[in-house]
Design a protein around this ligand. Structure first.
Ligand code: NZQ
Ligand code: ZN
Length: 384
């Protein structure tokens, strides 16, 4: 097991009715910026619950944070927060709104070019406090310190990470996810699944508990993903999905493990160039990457196949079957593993992603830091 340090200061309030706790979780003298997306919270009752809980607070809203949150939009939120002297950011929505909130929290007090915050190119001296009401289980952003921001003008979708933007609290009410369309449920399951495998499916690191924790999350997602799609009103399925997605990127799965975030690195470029949903890119890339890196991942693939899919036989055979089981599972969640399903030409996508990775300096990916843009190009060509 590799060395690690771990700290997650986010308080989690889980369960039906917990949104009312906002009144106590946010300091009474805070001036709150309520940040949200395209309006789903106005249709499913979440906005009304939040407003009721904030009845004793000073708050103002900024709406319109889009999926794959856009820098220009967020800069308008930053200006608004500065003008109105707002000093607490409350994100109500999915990963895009939460990531946007992290950027706004860091940018409001920042002196200088806020774009440099993205990619961790300037230190973040301070950030406004953040609270979250989560409506889409997928990213784990509600209780981690990462954010992914897009800038369409320059074709960039890049992340930053900083402990100063850890949300202080996250409210996870499974009822607020009941209004999700099937596409977003499938997306959430696949995103959480891939977060788990990227911290687990590399090579054996003798991190026994973390392996079993990862396998437990993967098995839960397989069980609960199908159940949630089949029974959209099943509260316990929603609850388990929300908790599994949170735990997938809460920080514990990857402790002491070699990690491989190449699927996400390539996926962000694919979203920027071709407009696919985040999880759609992951479903295309992950099985193709595993086939391409079969030999170096074989031991872990075989372990995964036996423990998660209950396969038996020789390592080689179990590992290969495990990849196909994973691809079938993504398909069952409504996500294709092929670029052609989205009318995307594999050569154009492969060339574009390789060029973007090179431009962004992402030239040594994977658990062995040896996956080049040329390898990424070859992987995408197989996902035609
Ligand atoms: O904008 P609204 O109207 O709210 O609609 C959203 C949006 O259209 C809708 N939605 C959310 N909750 C809903 C709902 N619709 C009905 N009922 C509800 N309860 O869902 C759509 C997608 O929302 P979005 O927030 O974009 O989805 P997701 O949570 O999948 O977030 C994706 C973003 O997170 C980044 C991705 O790259 C992408 O930009 N990620 C962030 C990570 C992190 N911070 O740790 C890790 C991830 O790997 C990921 O990269
Ligand atoms: Zn993701």
């Amino acid at each position: 097991m590799q060395n690690f340090s771990f700290h997650n200061p986010c308080q989690i309030e889980f369960g039906a009715g917990q949104i009312s706790k906002l009144s106590a979780l946010i300091p009474s003298d805070a001036r709150v910026l309520l940040l949200y997306g395209g309006g789903s919270i106005k249709h499913n009752g979440v906005y009304d619950e939040v407003v009721a809980a904030l009845s004793q607070h000073h708050w103002q809203a900024f709406a319109g944070v889009e999926p794959n949150p856009e820098y220009e939009t967020l800069m308008r939120a930053v200006e608004f927060a500065r003008e109105q002297n707002l000093d607490f950011i409350l994100a109500v929505g999915g990963g895009s709104v939460i990531d946007g909130a992290k950027f706004v929290a860091a940018a409001v007090p920042h002196d200088g070019d806020c774009w440099l915050i993205i990619g961790n190119r300037v230190p973040i001296k301070t950030a406004l406090p953040i609270g979250v009401v989560l409506t889409l289980p997928a990213t784990g952003s509600e209780s981690n310190f990462a954010a992914v921001i897009s800038r369409r003008e320059t074709n960039d979708k890049l992340s930053f990470k900083n402990a100063k933007v850890f949300p202080q609290f996250a409210i996870l009410d499974p009822k607020s996810t009941m209004s999700l369309p099937a596409r977003q449920i499938g997306n959430g399951v696949v995103d959480a699944f891939v977060h788990t495998t990227e911290q687990y499916l590399t090579y054996p690191c003798e991190a026994l508990l973390q392996d079993r924790f990862a396998e437990g999350i993967l098995q839960t997602l397989i069980e609960i993903g199908a159940q949630t799609l089949a029974e959209p009103n099943d509260y316990n399925a929603r609850a388990n999905l929300m908790w599994a997605a949170n735990q997938a990127l809460y920080g514990m799965v990857g402790l002491g493990q070699a990690q491989d975030w190449a699927t996400h690195a390539m996926g962000h470029e694919l979203t920027m160039l071709h407009g696919l949903d985040h999880a759609q890119t992951l479903a295309i890339i992950l099985p193709a990457l595993w086939r391409y890196r079969f030999e170096s991942k074989k031991a872990k693939l075989a372990q995964y196949g036996r423990r998660v899919w209950q396969l038996s036989g020789e390592d080689e055979q179990v590992a290969r079957q495990a990849i196909e089981k994973t691809a079938d599972f993504f398909n069952a969640m409504g996500l294709s593993t092929r670029l052609s399903a989205y009318q995307i030409d594999a050569k154009i996508a492969a060339d574009g992603v390789a060029a973007q990775l090179t431009r962004h300096g992402r030239v040594k990916l994977g658990e062995h830091f040896d996956l080049t843009p040329e390898d990424c190009r070859a992987i995408l060509l197989t996902a035609h």
